[in-house]
Design a binder for this molecule. Structure first.
Ligand SMILES: Cc1cc2nc3c(=O)[nH]c(=O)nc-3n(C[C@H](O)[C@H](O)[C@H](O)COP(=O)(O)OP(=O)(O)OC[C@H]3O[C@@H](n4cnc5c(N)ncnc54)[C@H](O)[C@@H]3O)c2cc1C
Ligand code: FES
Length: 245
């Protein structure tokens, strides 16, 4: 983990309330897809945790939904704004564990962003993962084209049927022969994927409410089969066999 000053370099509106934010600055502490950063937003005491969507040397891409006051301030910041950011937090996904399987990357809503760097990590190992994206409706859809541009097969579900397959993301996973899920999204989605008979193993990322973000405040503990874990430090990615729902 390190603390860095990042400068907002680019902003792209993806939906009515979701923005892609590109920053410049030291990204050397980021080692794995699925890690997150904890970002200080002006006027807010607690930092806001946001998943790493993509990174390169001196470049960080985040995708943020303008939900409450903190993320609205973040998304509304002008180009050139500087942010104090804790970088390289959390364990991230372990791609090697999935290499002997048929992996599907499963994202719901703002759980989609970390899957982008994860897809790139699989491709770098010579494996093309299937990507299954779930949204409420077509107006919430983002990043389908970006995953396709990587060369991944992309399946989309919407709850209201306005785009792709009608229903939950499990409905599109059923259309594949994938047996290993790497997921990020709301807990009901994670739970539904975990309970699918075809998914024999997987890794699930949890978006718990956080205080410090680096293991010091025990504000994010959860029970697992191997004892209590801190989602920010021991997670946010947990393996299928250790999760207590
Ligand atoms: C590991 C992790 C990765 C995340 N990745 C993303 C991402 O890539 N894109 C994205 O848009 N959002 C992501 N979130 C959710 C994001 O952190 C919250 O939406 C944000 O903190 C809400 O802050 P706010 O000021 O807008 O809302 P408020 O409701 O005003 O926030 C009040 C407090 O609650 C906390 N809080 C509220 N909702 C959440 C939440 N869902 N998760 C954690 N803390 C919350 C805030 O940090 C703050 O301390 C992630 C959360 C976690 C834990
Ligand atoms: S948020 Fe402080 S220990 Fe996890």
């Amino acid at each position: 983990m390190n603390e860095a000053i990042l400068t907002l370099q680019g902003k792209r509106q993806l939906t009515h309330d979701v923005y892609e934010l590109t920053f410049s600055g030291d990204t050397s502490a980021i080692t794995r897809p699925g890690q997150f950063v904890n970002i200080t937003v002006q006027g807010h005491f607690l930092r806001r945790p946001i998943s790493v969507c993509d990174w390169a040397e001196n470049k960080l891409v985040l995708i943020c939904r303008a939900m409450g006051s903190g993320t609205q301030t973040l998304c509304g910041s002008p180009i050139g704004t500087e942010f104090n950011v804790l970088m390289g937090l959390g364990n991230g996904y372990d791609v090697d564990k999935a290499l002997n399987h048929k992996p599907v990357l499963v994202g719901g809503g703002v759980g989609v962003p970390p899957l982008y760097a994860l897809a790139k990590a699989f491709l770098a190992k010579g494996v093309t993962p299937t990507v299954a994206l779930g949204f409420g409706s077509t107006r919430e859809l983002f990043y389908e084209d970006e995953f396709k541009a990587l060369g991944c097969p992309v399946l989309v579900s919407t709850v209201d049927g306005s785009y792709g397959t009608k229903g939950f993301v499990t409905a599109v996973i059923e259309q594949t022969d994938c047996d290993y899920a790497l997921c990020c999204g709301p807990i009901p989605m994670l739970k539904a994927v975990d309970s699918m008979a075809q998914i024999v193993d997987g890794q699930f990322s949890f978006e718990e409410r956080m205080g410090c973000g680096f293991g010091a405040c025990v504000g994010c503990t959860c029970k697992t089969k191997y004892g209590t874990k801190r989602i920010c430090k021991d997670g946010p990615v947990l393996c299928k066999e250790e999760i207590v729902w």
